[in-house]
Design a protein around this ligand. Structure first.
Ligand code: GPW
Length: 742
C-alpha cells in the first residue's frame, strides 16, 4: 500500500515490466543476473551447483508472481479453504517439477544450452527435501501437487525440520544413519516469513479465574517458543494457481529467560534460548511406532498451535465473529499426528474467544476430517496422560471434558455396556493411563476416511467397528493416488513425450483418466517398439547408477525386478530375499543346458529401516550378504544379480521406477492400508507382482488379473495360516544363511 501512494500502481507495473518474460534471452539474462547478484559469483565463471542455484532462483521468481496473484485472488473471493495438517511431507526435489508445472522447462533447457549447461545435470545438483518417512509423507506431497493443479484454495501446514530423514549408508552390509542437514547449502524453494510468527506455549498450570460472576479456566504457561513461517510455493500444472506449503521453524521467544539476563548469567541465557530450536530440529525416523516421547508431542503441538493461530488470524481478517467459521475452514488431519488440533480449537474458542463450550463444540464437529493410514491397532497413537498433563495441562482438561460429554451421550445410545464404553473411551485406563488419539479424532471429526476400499472395510468391521456402528455416516474412503506429473512427466520425460504423441494431446497431464485412450493403440507394434526403446534408455541410466553406487555391473537385457519401500516385516522383503536364494539354488542345481531357459534377472531392493527396528536392520544385512554371495559367483553370471540400493528416497525412486520391468508389492494380505508405490510403477508400464492387499484390490479391477502376477494368501486365509504355523520345510542351507545373519 505504501508503494501505491508513493509511486502509483501503474508506474510499479511499468518498472516491473508486468510479468517476468520467458523467452530464451530473458531467461538467460535472468539466470546470469542471479549468478551475479544472488549467488554472488562472477557471471564469467560459475560451476554446475552455482548454475543450479541461479536457475532455481529464476524459477522461484516466476513462482512468486503466481503465488502473489493466487493469494490476492483468494483473499478477494474468500472461499472455504482446505487446511491439510501433516507432520510429514516428502517433497523430494523441486526444480524440474516447478519448471514443468510453470510450463517453461523446455525454454529453460534451451536457454541453458546456449550458456553451456544441461538442464538435467543442473537438476541433479538439488538435494531432496525429505521431511517425512514413507508412503504417508509422499502422499502428502502428491496431494499438494493435485490440489494446486485442480485450483483448490488449499494450504499445507507442517514442520520445517532442520534435519530430514537420516541418510542411509551401508557399511559391511549394515545400515548406518547419518544426519541429513539438507539446509546446509541453502534452500531456494522456501521464503522465510520473518514477520509471520506466533508464540507457542507449553507447560505451566491451569488456574480458576472469576469471570462474569462465574469461574473460568486460565492456562498460565511456563515456556514460550516462537514459530516462524517458511513458505514453499506449490505450483499447479496448466493453471496459475500456486498454493502454499507453510512449514514452521522453532525460534527462541524474546520472553525466554529474561531472568537470567537480569541476573548476569548471560551465557546460560543464550544456551537456554537454543533449546527452543530443538523442537523443529529433527524428524522422527520411526515409521508408525509411537514411543511416548516428549519431544514428539512438543513437535505435534508446536505445529498445530502455530497453524491454528495462522488460520484463525486469516479468518478474522474478514469476519467479525465465528458464525461462518465452518463454512470457511476445513481441517484435514493427516493421521492422528495433528489431532491435538481438536483440543486446541476448543481451547482457543472457549478460553481466548470466550465462546460457550457448546457453541465451540458445535464448530469443532463441523470442521475436522480425519484420514487414517493404518490397519494395525498397535499402530495407533496413545499419549500418556502424565506427559500431556505436564506439557499441555489445559488440553488434557479439555480432552477429559470432551470425553465426559461423549461418554454420557454414548450411555444414552448404547446403554451401560461397560466393555464397549471402555473400548470406545478417548481415555484408556491401563497400566499407563493414556489418550487414544484415534478415538479423539473419530469422535470430533465429521468424516473418517480410509485410504483404499479394503482398508475402509477393515476400519468398519474391525479397527473402528464400535464407532462405525454408532456413526456409519462418518465413514468413507478415498483410495490413494499419485500425481502423474511427478511420476511420469518429471521422472520419465521420454515416456511422457511418447504418451502425448500417441494420444495426440497433453491433456492427460492434468487428467489422468485420459491415459485410458492408449488402449485403442494397445496392439500397435510401433507403439510397443517406441515404448521398449524408452524402457531401454531408462534401464541404461539405472544400470549406470547401480554400478556407481554398488560396483555391480548389470546387464540391461536382464529383467529388472524391483522392491523399493520402507523395510518392514509386513512388507516382506524377507520373503523376496528367500525367493532370490531359492532362485540361486535352482540355477546352481540346474543342468547347464537348462540354464538357457532362465530369464536373466537383476533383483533390486531398496529402503530404510527405522533405526530402532532390529529385525528390519537385519533384513538389510541379509540382503547385502546374499548379494555378496550371488554377485561374486561366476557360475551364475548375468542369470542372477542382487543389488541393495542405498539411501532410497524420492529422487532414487524417480530413477529406479522408469527402469523397472517387474515390481513387488507383497505385503501379507490385510496389512497394507493402501500402498502407492504400485501405482507409480504401473503408470510407467511396469508389471506388478502383488498380493491382494490394500489398493491392489482396486488395481486388479482396473487392469484385470491377467495383466499382473497375483499371488499369496487372501486376507481371510491369513488367520488360519498363522494358527497352523510354518508348514514349508526350509532347506538347511537357507536356514543357515538366515540364522547367520539374523
Ligand atoms: F502408521 N503409512 C506410512 F498409518 O507411510 F500412520 N507411515 C505411517 O506411519 C502410517 C502409514 C501409519 C502408509 C501406509 O502404510 C500405506 O499403506 C499407505 O499407502 C500410505 O501410508 C498412504 O496412505
Amino acid at each position: 500500500r505504501g508503494g501505491e501512494t508513493r509511486v502509483g500502481v501503474e508506474r510499479m507495473f511499468g518498472l516491473m515490466d508486468r510479468f517476468l518474460k520467458s523467452d530464451p534471452s530473458s531467461l538467460q539474462k535472468d539466470i546470469l543476473d542471479h549468478v551475479e547478484y544472488t549467488v554472488a559469483r562472477s557471471r564469467f565463471s560459475f560451476d554446475d551447483f552455482e548454475a543450479y542455484q541461479a536457475l532455481a532462483h529464476s524459477v522461484r521468481d516466476r513462482l512468486i508472481e503466481r503465488w502473489h496473484d493466487t493469494q490476492l485472488h483468494f483473499k478477494k473471493k474468500d472461499p472455504k479453504r482446505i487446511y491439510f495438517l501433516s507432520m510429514e511431507f516428502l517433497m523430494g526435489r523441486s526444480l524440474s517439477n516447478s519448471a514443468i508445472n510453470l510450463g517453461i522447462r523446455d525454454q529453460y533447457a534451451d536457454a541453458l544450452k546456449e550458456l553451456g549447461f544441461e538442464f538435467e545435470v543442473l537438476a541433479e545438483q538439488e538435494g531432496d527435501a525429505a521431511l517425512g518417512n514413507g508412503g504417508l509423507a509422499r502422499l502428502s506431497a502428491c496431494q499438494m501437487d493435485s490440489l494446486a493443479t485442480m485450483d483448490y484454495p488449499a494450504w499445507g501446514y507442517g514442520l520445517r525440520y532442520q534435519y530430514g530423514l537420516f541418510r542411509q549408508v551401508i557399511l559391511d552390509g549394515y545400515q548406518h544413519e547419518q544426519p541429513d542437514y539438507w539446509l546446509n547449502f541453502g534452500n531456494p524453494w522456501e521464503i522465510e516469513r520473518v514477520h509471520v510468527t506466533y508464540p507457542v506455549k507449553f507447560y505451566g498450570t491451569v488456574e480458576d479465574e472469576n469471570f462474569n460472576g462465574g469461574k473460568r479456566k486460565v492456562w498460565l504457561p511456563g515456556e514460550t517458543v516462537e514459530a516462524v513461517a517458511y513458505d514453499n510455493p506449490i505450483p499447479g500444472h496448466g493453471t496459475r494457481n500456486t498454493i502454499t506449503l507453510r512449514l514452521w521453524a522453532a525460534k527462541p521467544s524474546d520472553q525466554i529467560d529474561m531472568e537470567s539476563y537480569n541476573t548476569g548469567d548471560y551465557i546460560n541465557a543464550v544456551v537456554n534460548r537454543q533449546r527452543a530450536e530443538t523442537i523443529s530440529s529433527v524428524l522422527f525416523p520411526d515409521d508408525r511406532s509411537y514411543q511416548g516421547k516428549e519431544l514428539r508431542l512438543k513437535q505435534q503441538y508446536f505445529f498445530v498451535s502455530a497453524s491454528l493461530q495462522d488460520i484463525i488470524r486469516r479468518f478474522k481478517d474478514s469476519h467479525s465473529n465465528f458464525d461462518d467459521f465452518p463454512e470457511k475452514v476445513a481441517l484435514q488431519l493427516n493421521d492422528t499426528h495433528p489431532s491435538l488440533a481438536i483440543a486446541e480449537v476448543m481451547r482457543v474458542l472457549v478460553d481466548e474467544e470466550h465462546l460457550g463450550w457448546n457453541r465451540a463444540w458445535d464448530i469443532v464437529c463441523k470442521i475436522f476430517s480425519f484420514t487414517t493410514h493404518t490397519v494395525l491397532p498397535e499402530g495407533l497413537e496413545k499419549v500418556p496422560v502424565d506427559l500431556l498433563e505436564s506439557l499441555l495441562p489445559r488440553h488434557l482438561q479439555i480432552i477429559y471434558d470432551i470425553n465426559f460429554d461423549y461418554i454420557e451421550e454414548l450411555k444414552k445410545r448404547i446403554g451401560l455396556d461397560y466393555d464397549r464404553l471402555s473400548r470406545m473411551s478417548i481415555v484408556e485406563d491401563g497400566a499407563i493411563k493414556s489418550i487414544r488419539m484415534a478415538n479423539l479424532a473419530i469422535v470430533c471429526s465429521h468424516t473418517v476416511n480410509g485410504v483404499s476400499r479394503v482398508h475402509s472395510e477393515l476400519l468398519k468391521t474391525r479397527v473402528f467397528k464400535d464407532f462405525y456402528e454408532l456413526w456409519p455416516h462418518k465413514f468413507d474412503y478415498k483410495t490413494n493416488g499419485v500425481t502423474q506429473r511427478r511420476w511420469i512427466v518429471v521422472s520419465n520425460p521420454s515416456l511422457s513425450a511418447l504418451i502425448s504423441k500417441w494420444l495426440g494431446t497433453e491433456a492427460w497431464i492434468r487428467d489422468v483418466d485420459l491415459l485410458a485412450g492408449l488402449q485403442e493403440q494397445a496392439a500397435n507394434a510401433d507403439l510397443h517398439e517406441e515404448w521398449r526403446m524408452v524402457r531401454k534408455v531408462n534401464k541404461m541410466r539405472l544400470a549406470e547408477y547401480i554400478e556407481a553406487m554398488s560396483g555391480v555391473k548389470v546387464s540391461v537385457s536382464a529383467m529388472f525386478d524391483v522392491q523399493i519401500k520402507r523395510i518392514h516385516e509386513y512388507k516382506r522383503q524377507l520373503l523376496n530375499i528367500l525367493g532370490i536364494v531359492h532362485r540361486y539354488d535352482c540355477i546352481k542345481n540346474m543342468e547347464k543346458s537348462d540354464r538357457t531357459k532362465v530369464v536373466p534377472r537383476v533383483c533390486i531392493i531398496g529402503g530404510k529401516a527405522a533405526p530402532g527396528y532390529e529385525i528390519a536392520r537385519k533384513i538389510i544385512k541379509l540382503c547385502n550378504a546374499v548379494a555378496e554371495k550371488i554377485n561374486n559367483d561366476p557360475d551364475v553370471g548375468d542369470l542372477l544379480k542382487l543389488v541393495f540400493i542405498p539411501d532410497y528416497n524420492v529422487s532414487v525412486a524417480e530413477l529406479v521406477i522408469p527402469g523397472a520391468d517387474l515390481s513387488q508389492h507383497i505385503s501379507t494380505a490385510g496389512h497394507e492400508a493402501s500402498g502407492t508405490g504400485s501405482m507409480k510403477f504401473l503408470m510407467n508400464g511396469c508389471l506388478l507382482l502383488a498380493t491382494e492387499d490394500g489398493s491392489t484390490v482396486e488395481i486388479i479391477e482396473e487392469i484385470g488379473k491377467d495383466n499382473m502376477f497375483l499371488f499369496g494368501a487372501k486376507m481371510h486365509e491369513v488367520p488360519a495360516l498363522r494358527e497352523k504355523g510354518p508348514t514349508l520345510k526350509v532347506p538347511l542351507q537357507f536356514a543357515r544363511v538366515v540364522r547367520y545373519v539374523m
